[in-house]
Design a protein around this ligand. Structure first.
Ligand code: NAI
Length: 342
């Protein structure tokens, strides 16, 4: 694969947004940050509209002097750009039922995650543009890095070029929210979804399992729950390692460890046979993520996620993890040490 193209401020023309009406569907983590950044980039407040149901997010938008409309169809019918910034699982219902019927035929639909586009869950007419502008940051950082006049990492792509002008519009919007300052990486909904869901369904489950098994083995060898919790994560050592990995390099951060540790880690990794894990990872990526199997499974249980108690599959999974050997031990340790519990 050639190196990905990276777009900077110079590649983007803010003038393309002049006189455009821009609707933000959602004023949560990303919506609040991106709408404020865009306004501070010079888009007039009377050209921005926040479509939000009546909740504390709407109140927040009003307190920041945005024009808020609770009727989604009314809010978006005149928009040239519609940012879809509500949770991924509610986007198809809200967009298909409330936004699409009155959407202008030339409007650009902007998503911040590839999921609904890659799995074709949004019914966007062929005449419209669909672009992805996906910050790799939580909303509060999208805002604070903009305020510090730094950029933030972001993926950008054109998923449907209905007007023939989708890329310049996507880049202008990326610049307006502050993404091209540091460089927006050309990507795609497929790439973003593959990496995101792979991390969630392959990488992190393995990390959870590795910690649980490590806990079991060390506990069996006589280590106390208290010592293990501190040693393994409560000291924040893993958090520091990842911070240094981001700043100095995944391998080079090892230089901060003792020589015993450096030798042990590098020798241990080089001796491990990755064949089984590679096969497992390929299986998750191709037979669960890219083929849409997970998406179908998630869509089938989506409504149950609103339920209380064990009927909610997520609560049931939390319960199982909390009752595991490591979960139960940590609960007891945190209670004894009067640390925060959820
Ligand atoms: P959020 O969870 O902060 O969304 C809250 C907003 O959604 C509020 O405006 C709320 O009124 C609205 N909302 C919630 N349920 C609704 C419903 N049933 N009907 C209508 N409106 C509803 O969302 P967040 O985290 O900002 O995510 C928005 C998009 O940004 C998603 O596509 C997500 O994948 C993407 N994204 C999120 C990141 C993050 O840091 N949270 C990072 C990068 C991308």
């Amino acid at each position: 694969m050639p190196a990905a193209k990276i777009y900077y401020d110079n590649d983007a023309d803010l003038a393309l947004l002049k006189d455009k009406t821009i609707a933000f569907v959602g004023f949560g983590n990303q919506g609040a940050a991106q709408a404020q950044n865009l306004r501070d980039s010079g888009i007039p407040n009377d050209k921005i509209i926040i479509a939000n149901k009546e909740d504390h997010y709407a109140e927040d938008a009003k307190s920041k002097q945005f024009h808020v409309e609770h009727d989604f169809g009314k809010a978006t019918k005149d928009a040239d750009v519609v940012f879809l910034l509500i949770p991924d699982q509610v986007q198809p219902r809200v967009f298909n039922d409330l936004v699409a019927p009155t959407l202008k035929s030339t409007a650009a639909v902007v998503v911040a995650s590839g999921y609904n586009v890659f799995y074709k869950l949004l019914n966007v007419p062929a005449s419209n543009d669909v672009v992805m502008v996906a910050p790799r940051m939580i909303g509060s950082s999208v805002r604070s890095l903009y305020e510090k006049q730094q950029g933030f990492p972001c993926f950008v792509s054109v998923e449907q070029d209905g007007t023939g002008n989708a890329l310049p519009i996507a880049l202008a919007l990326s610049r307006a929210i502050g993404a091209t300052k540091a460089g927006a990486i050309a990507s795609s909904a497929r790439e973003e979804t593959a990496m995101d869901l792979f991390a969630e369904q392959a990488l992190w489950p393995n990390i959870i399992k590795l910690f649980q098994e490590a806990f079991h083995v060390l506990k069996e060898a006589g280590c106390s729950d208290e010592a293990l919790c501190y040693e393994m994560w409560m000291s924040k050592e893993p958090a520091e390692i990842f911070e240094r990995a981001a700043e100095e390099g995944f391998i080079w951060q090892l230089k901060h460890h003792s020589t015993v540790s450096q030798y042990g880690q590098l020798k241990g990794a080089s001796k491990l046979d990755g064949t089984a894990i590679r096969a497992h990872f390929n299986d998750i990526l191709h037979n669960q993520v890219l083929n849409g199997k997970f998406c179908k499974e998630f869509t089938a249980i989506e409504d149950a996620l609103e339920k209380e108690g064990d009927e909610n599959p997520l609560n049931a999974l939390y319960k199982e993890a909390e009752e595991s050997e490591m979960g139960a031990a940590e609960k007891r340790v945190r209670e004894n040490l009067k640390l925060t519990q959820h």
